[in-house]
Design a protein around this ligand. Structure first.
Ligand SMILES: [Zn+2]
Length: 379
């Protein structure tokens, strides 16, 4: 990964490069910032820059032996820790079991979300975690001397997903680091990392991508018309993944959108024709079979999109954050969301989210929610 391939973030790049040139590389660093801003890409480019034998003032050379290994993310002194799941409940799972998929996905693009990663490794409804026993593997990897480079680098993606026992062992390693070891942690939720780790790391704040940088990048790809670029940037809020989503929604998002549309259509028709209720109940059952995290995401999505459709009624496009397909549906559907029912919908989905978070019975929750839609939508 090269610095030059990262969208914007010039300030952070300069700071990282300076730390190498001035030989002030802190042994535990925390790249912190929102999704889709390129933190992981920055950590990778930084690690490569540190390992490069022929670096320039601005970037790695790309041709020295370490750079060539970095190009495949297969340098012997580069290690990764990331959330995974257990294929078989009886067996321990390690990051190394997923390393091939991890490299493959990152080589396609280092801009990834936890959901995308979960889909990539077909985690289904499983929660992604960094398990307690992963610490054994970390200790083993870091207890040997660097093979080739000056430093061993361990990139920990989303340490907030780390089991507490593992986090405590990691803390010990950060407090008494094995020689020549760098921990580069990449977080989207700094507050969820145990305070003792946070306080021992140097925090690198990585902000959202600036609109102008995102615009330049998207224009530079030559893939999009100028109007599309403008809409993508508006939709993105500095999140590159959201910019892409404008034209190509992720699998989850597409599913949520399709399901939301079906619920609203069926909910409306069921109000005049009760023969449609069983179809609506089939949908409730389908949603009840999803994993709890996805169910929560669905409710969040429903809350957000209802609000967007309501705002669409005011004919102020700058206030609306929807992708192309959502806008298409919204242009016909938004009149059904009005002053009389917008708050009711919002409460309905919020309560659904709350009840799922509190481990309520998903079948009951979704059945109740979808039946309520029938009443609310005709208000
Ligand atoms: Zn190099």
């Amino acid at each position: 990964m090269f610095f030059k391939d990262i969208i914007g973030q010039e300030k952070v790049k300069k700071r990282l490069i300076r730390s190498v040139q001035e030989e002030r590389i802190s042994h535990a660093q925390l790249f912190s910032g929102p999704e889709g801003n390129g933190k992981l890409a920055l950590a990778l480019a930084y690690a490569q820059y540190i390992s490069c034998r022929n670096r320039s003032e601005e970037d790695s050379c790309g041709t020295c032996p370490p750079c060539r290994k970095y190009a495949k993310l297969a340098h012997p002194d580069l290690h990764f820790v990331f959330p995974i799941f257990k294929n078989k409940p009886s067996q321990n799972a390690y990051c190394d079991d997923f390393l091939a998929s991890w490299r493959e996905m990152l080589l396609q693009s280092p801009y990834i979300s936890l959901n995308q990663w979960g889909n990539y490794i077909e985690a289904g409804n499983a929660q992604l975690t960094i398990y307690a026993h992963e610490s054994d593997s970390i200790i083993r990897k870091l207890s040997v001397k660097p093979f080739e480079a000056e430093f061993k680098v361990m990139i920990i993606w989303l340490p907030e997903k780390m089991n507490i026992a593992c986090a405590n062992k990691l803390l010990k390693m950060i407090e008494e680091p094995p020689v020549k070891t760098l921990f580069l942690m990449v977080t989207e939720n700094e507050a969820d990392i145990i305070a003792t780790i946070r306080s021992r790391t140097q925090v690198i704040k990585v902000p959202r991508i600036r609109d102008t940088d995102l615009q330049d990048h998207l224009t530079g790809t030559g893939l999009y018309e100028p109007e599309t670029v403008a809409e993508m940037v508006h939709h993105a809020h500095g999140n590159y993944l959201k910019a892409l989503e404008f034209s190509e929604p992720t699998e989850d998002k597409q599913y949520f959108f399709d399901t939301f549309q079906n619920i609203m259509r069926l909910g409306y028709t069921a109000g005049g024709n009760s023969a449609k209720i069983p179809e609506l109940m089939d949908l409730a059952e389908e949603l009840a079979a999803l994993g709890r995290e996805k169910q929560k995401d669905f409710f969040k999505y429903a809350m957000q999109i209802t609000r967007e459709f309501f705002v669409m009624n005011f004919q102020k496009p700058a206030l609306v954050y929807l992708n192309r397909e959502e806008k298409g549906f919204g242009s016909r559907f938004s009149p059904f969301i009005n002053e009389r029912n917008v708050m009711l919908f919002s409460q309905l989905f919020e309560e659904g989210h709350l009840h799922i978070s509190r481990n309520g019975n998903p079948k009951i929750i979704f059945t109740d929610t979808l039946l309520s839609v029938i009443k609310i939508i005709r208000k």
